[in-house]
Design a protein around this ligand. Sequence first.
Ligand code: KIV
Length: 289
Amino acid sequence: MTHAQNAPDSSPANPKALYGGTSSRRITVRDIAAAKARGEKWPMLTAYDAMTASVFDEAGIPVLLVGDSMGNCHLGYESTVPVTLDEIAVLSAAVVRGSKRALVVADLPFGTYQEGPVQALRSATRLVKETGVGAIKLEGGERSAEQIRLLVDAGIPVMAHIGLTPQSVNAFGGYPVQGRGEEAAQQLLRDAKAVQDAGAFSVVLELVPAELAAEVTRTLHIPTVGIGAGPDCDAQVLVWTDMAGMTSGRVPRFVKQYADVRASLTDAARAFGADVTAGAYPAEAHSFH
Ligand code: KIV
């Protein structure tokens, strides 16, 4: 090995990289396609408010998802099923306002696109016009292909979502791993192909065996975004409250917690409570005369 091969790589990061790149304009779906062509992996996080969005945006996260996981993580519902288009619209507009660079993707909630392509277009058009998001996500493979096609024809970029689709929690009877067994694996491959053929610019693979997710990623020319789908997807997404340790109780096995925000906030709230009751806050420095 030569000295040059041993030396640390001091070349500047690719300025076009989705994560770590230097461009400050908004990321577009063309940048996402270019990243797949370069073989670049990228991160995506959910966000539900302007302040959190600004933190992730400044940290360089290139895609922010205003997911209907806001049902469980932000609005206090039991699942994503009750989330409404009005709720998604308000929080999507906040995430767009809070970010400068990230591509913001908004979820179509349950009941706002299943009736057919026309209903999907009406819902998606409202989100794009009222909130400024750059793309829409919706659940379903073959069963949602017509919806995806009409949105894409109308100029609305679509991120598809297959495997475990949480809006179908009542049909699944929980949140089981999908695509296990030959028949289920073949269906997942058909779903992936169907959303790509319909024009989706990327596809979320949720709770899918790692080997199957790797096969889908090799087969498709659009990027796969894994969540509980192993290391070989083009991108990885996590719900931010899981990623940062804000969620209370158990988190799914595929989650890696990068902080303990819940413990920090609890400590801060307790310290504030103790100071107030002891008369230690406000001190002279916090007072006006
Ligand atoms: O709503 C959401 O947060 C999602 C991600 C889990 C992909 O759909």
